[in-house]
Design a protein around this ligand. Structure first.
Ligand SMILES: [Zn+2]
Ligand SMILES: [Zn+2]
Length: 189
């Protein structure tokens, strides 16, 4: 079973994302970025599917864009459907630089993107399927994890000012661990 704590965090995320959708245009302007349909589409897609990879994103961006256009009553916008892979990378790059999108890069698996930024949350990543889940930071403020004190006293690291720790807990998601049990049971028969 996935711990209840994680479920609760997911629900909080959903609510935040709904609020976020209304505010994406404002957020773009506030960060000095042009409010383009491509950028809005990527933000909405990420709000709907946090921790998406570029491949996953390119599949949902067009769909999300259409819905956003319909909701806002704005005219259909050309170009979002045909957002190329390179175009998508450019949009993600701009949004990440502006601090509207955060990327996580679990070792050996593709980069994942999310719109939940600035709250110092961490991730559970499944070794088998690569899925990522948000978990809240136990300390609540960055940097929530410190290296051994003596290691910062060395000549090499002296003067280094730590401002953030990014934690990934590796393991297996509920689905994959139950699959694993089935495989084990089959093997032992
Ligand atoms: Zn998994
Ligand atoms: Zn996250």
């Amino acid at each position: 079973m996935r711990p209840d704590k994680t479920r609760r965090v997911d629900l909080i995320n959903c609510r935040r994302n709904v609020e976020g959708m209304e505010g994406f245009a404002t957020q773009l302007r506030r960060r000095g970025l042009r409010n383009t349909p491509q950028r809005r589409a990527v933000l909405i897609a990420l709000a709907e599917a946090p921790h998406s990879t570029v491949a996953e994103l390119s599949a949902v961006v067009a769909q999300a864009a259409h819905r956003a256009i319909g909701e806002a009553g704005a005219p259909a916008v050309a170009g979002v459907d045909g957002l190329s892979r390179q175009g998508l990378y450019n949009v993600l790059d701009d949004l990440t630089r502006a601090g509207l999108v955060r990327c996580i890069q679990p070792a050996g698996s593709p980069t994942r993107y999310e719109v939940r930024v600035g709250d110092n949350h961490h991730h559970l990543v499944c070794r088998r399927c690569g899925s990522a889940e948000d978990v809240s930071c136990a300390v609540g403020a960055a940097p929530c994890l410190q290296p051994a004190e003596h290691s910062l006293e060395s000549e090499e690291h002296k003067g280094f000012v730590i401002d953030e720790a990014e934690v990934i807990w590796w393991g297996m998601c509920e689905q994959c661990s139950s699959l694993n049990d089935v495989v084990k049971a089959d093997a032992s028969q």
